[in-house]
Design a protein around this ligand. Structure first.
Ligand code: HEM
Length: 528
């Protein structure tokens, strides 16, 4: 009886007496109810999540949401946790968002080929705000329609007629590099390579032949500036639209975002007008000659935008805004990625003189002493250079992580991903797995010899992602990168005092080398 009275007294003591206490109590009780309801409604999500290993997580903070962590450290932590869990999936809470890393090629294949993982993850929001809803950021329904159409453009015949664009820009590149031939100290090759790539990709996407130099300079500057938003990717609060918008205004980024759109729209309008005139001329020629004349054949589509407009005319029906988004996406997705790979490749060849000699030998075997341009048939013969570029992409994939949102549970080899999580794949982590690539921290193009490649799982090499949402520009990239390396090595030998252990990474959306790519160039005098 006494004990009973005591309990009642304690309860009475704990009851709210003031209005403030009442509000606090109500808030706590409501929060607990809402939390229980959320756990109940999403019980299947939590049941599956619970089965996946990962570091301890704390409310709000999650497992890795630590402001002092740099992206480079975060990547090292990811690699550590993957090794610790023997490359089985690892879960990470970032604030309220569940991320699950998938590293084993067998699991990666399931994810990238799954129709339940075609939606892009939350980290892409920033890119959607900055350069619209092109293929790279598009939501699933839009992506399905656009990808099917745009994939028809990236065929071999279309890519083959781009060689003159690449060759012309490469020639300009080796001319500007000539001013460094007497340098005794290494210089950073980045600015030269990215300018060449920006020219390649803008000419490919928009056809710059007809735009004045001033506009070209404005467009490439705007592209460089907009690309800088990738550093926001490690700041989750930027995923909120209104915070990003304020940031874009304050930092002046909005000016460049508008500039990209304005110039693209102007070119699209000019091209549309030109396209109409050509079509009208074709109609007239057909009615007078009964066939298409030489003049109209010469006017057949040369660049990406021409092709899009032609498809539009055939009933595809892209709005001007959609055309702008796709053109900007192609230019953004195709410039830094290629430039990073080319810079790493040049640096790695400068560090590994024996491998550089082998690449030069191959160039000499195919092209001899001639200075003529490389043809598509000849480029196909550069097998060793292809191995070198793939090994570069293995060690230093520009995209170290990419992610998708699951819209259904997905069964992997040993566990199940819950619907609604952000699943991510890390080429960097998978590419450094010693079971797939022995001695993974050494640069060894033999990893991609036909024998070694055929003995490995297809999804062991993820630099271009894979499955239906993989890189649409992979072939374009390989052609442009091969042609550039060939052009440079034909004229110069490359040297550096940088060593492998000195290569430190700087990561935002893409992974670059911190402190640039220091090389020296010497005119080639010796013939093999
Ligand atoms: C070395 C060069 C390149 C690398 C390493 C690379 C890598 C990638 C990766 C990993 C993805 C998938 C990203 C994700 O799922 O989030 C991707 C997508 C994409 N890439 Fe590339 N890329 C390169 C060059 C290019 C080029 C030259 C173009 C255009 C000409 C291009 C256009 C695209 C587009 C449009 C997408 C989005 C595809 C879609 O979602 O359907 N890329 N790329």
């Amino acid at each position: 009886m006494f004990a009973y009275m005591n309990i009642l007294n304690n309860v009475a003591y704990a009851l709210p007496t003031t209005k403030t206490e009442l509000y606090i109590y109500a808030f706590v009780v409501l929060s607990v109810i809402l939390w229980c309801r959320m756990r109940w409604v999403h019980r299947q999500f939590y049941r599956l999540e619970h089965k996946i290993k990962g570091p301890p997580s704390y409310p709000l903070k999650g497992s890795i949401f630590d402001l002092s962590t740099t992206p480079e450290k975060m990547l090292d932590k990811l690699k550590e946790s993957a090794v610790k869990n023997e490359y089985e999936p690892v879960k990470l809470w970032v604030g309220p968002f569940l991320f699950i890393g998938v590293y084993k090629p067998e699991d990666v294949q399931i994810v990238l080929n799954s129709s339940s993982a075609l939606e892009k993850g939350i980290i892409y929001h920033i890119f959607r705000y900055a350069f619209g809803e092109g293929l790279f950021t598009a939501s699933m329904n839009k992506w399905k329609k656009h990808r099917r159409i745009i994939a028809t453009i990236f065929n071999t015949k279309f890519l083959d007629q781009l060689y003159p664009i690449f060759n012309e820009n490469n020639k300009k590149l080796i001319e500007v590099l000539s001013k460094h031939t007497n340098d005794t100290q290494p210089f950073d090759v980045w600015d030269y390579i990215i300018s060449c790539d920006l020219n390649n990709i803008s000419q490919f996407a928009l056809d710059y032949d007809r735009i004045d130099k001033q506009t070209l300079a404005e467009y490439t500057l705007a592209m460089k500036k907009v690309l800088e938003i990738s550093k926001c990717i490690v700041k989750p609060w930027m995923y909120l639209y209104w915070i990003f918008t304020v940031y874009a205004y304050i930092t002046g980024l909005k000016v460049y975002m508008d500039q990209l759109k304005r110039i693209s729209l102007q070119i699209i309008r000019d091209k549309k007008l030109e396209f109409k005139t050509t079509m009208a001329a074709q109609q007239t020629n057909r009615s007078t000659n009964g066939d298409i004349t030489e003049k109209t054949i010469k006017n057949s589509p040369k660049v990406f935008l021409d092709k899009l407009l032609k498809l539009n005319n055939e009933g595809v029906d892209f709005t001007d805004d959609e055309l702008i988004d796709e053109v900007i996406t192609i230019t953004i997705a195709g410039s830094d990625t290629s430039a990073i790979t080319q810079c790493f490749c040049l640096l790695l060849l400068a560090i590994h003189q024996d491998i550089q000699d082998k690449v030069y030998e191959e160039i000499y075997n195919v092209l001899g002493d001639s200075e003529r341009d490389v043809t598509p048939e000849e480029l196909f013969q550069f097998k060793y250079l292809e191995m070198v570029l793939k090994e570069t992409l293995r060690m230093f994939p520009p995209g170290v992580i990419f992610s998708r949102k699951t819209n259904a549970n997905i069964k992997l080899t040993n566990c199940e991903l819950p619907k609604g999580c952000n699943v991510f794949v890390s080429p960097y982590v998978t590419h450094r797995c010693p079971e797939l690539y022995p001695d993974p921290d050494s640069f060894n193009p033999e990893n991609f010899s036909p024998e070694n490649e055929s003995g490995r799982h297809m999804f062991s090499f993820l630099a271009f992602s894979g499955g239906p949402r993989g890189c649409i520009g992979a072939k374009f990239a390989m052609i442009s990168m091969k042609l550039m390396v060939i052009t440079i090595l034909r004229r110069y030998s490359l040297h550096t005092n940088c060593t492998m252990s000195e290569i430190k990474m700087k990561i935002d959306l893409l992974a670059k080398k911190a402190n640039g790519y220091p090389i020296t160039v010497r005119p080639r005098v010796n013939v093999v």
